[in-house]
Design a protein around this ligand. Structure first.
Ligand code: ZN
Length: 150
């Protein structure tokens, strides 16, 4: 188990060092900002939505390794998916990182996002891990308010 956790951390650190889709989208038709005051994480999510499909999604921001890695992996996970599929992933992800009563096996639908399953053992990090997803949801809904995890 310890070895696996080391591997997971490496994936997270790697995404933190070299985040995917870390840029603004010039012709984005959705944008939202998220803020996690507990940790100081700030993120802007850009999305290009056609019909009910997320054609493109990217982010910019500053924050801890967990928030940045989570945002990076969120963008790669939802790109090309429908809004409903992205919402389902968020629900599964949220259930995984908040799992009360200890860790459970993450849903196979989460794929690589399962690397965040250890987050549930660190309650202070749950908001770091879910910030990008909350912000994506706000962007998709076209809400222009800044999302706060508080
Ligand atoms: Zn954080």
């Amino acid at each position: 188990m310890t070895d696996l956790r080391d591997l997971y951390q490496e994936v997270i650190l790697d995404h933190n060092r070299k985040p995917k889709n870390y840029h603004a989208i010039e012709d984005a038709n959705r944008k939202a900002e998220g803020y996690n005051p507990l940790c100081g994480d700030q993120i802007t999510v850009y999305a290009k939505i056609e019909g009910d499909v997320i054609r493109d999604v990217a982010f910019e921001g500053t924050g801890c390794a967990i928030s940045k890695a989570s945002a990076s992996m969120m963008t790669t996970s939802v790109q090309g998916r429908t809004i409903a599929e992205a919402e389902r992933l968020f629900e599964l992800f949220h259930a995984m990182v908040t799992s009360e009563g200890g860790r459970s096996t993450p849903s196979p639908e989460l794929g690589k996002l399962a690397v965040f399953s250890g987050v549930c053992e660190f309650p202070a990090r749950v908001k770091c891990a879910s910030l990008a997803w909350h912000t994506l949801r706000a962007a998709v809904k076209g809400s222009h308010e800044t999302v706060s995890t508080e």
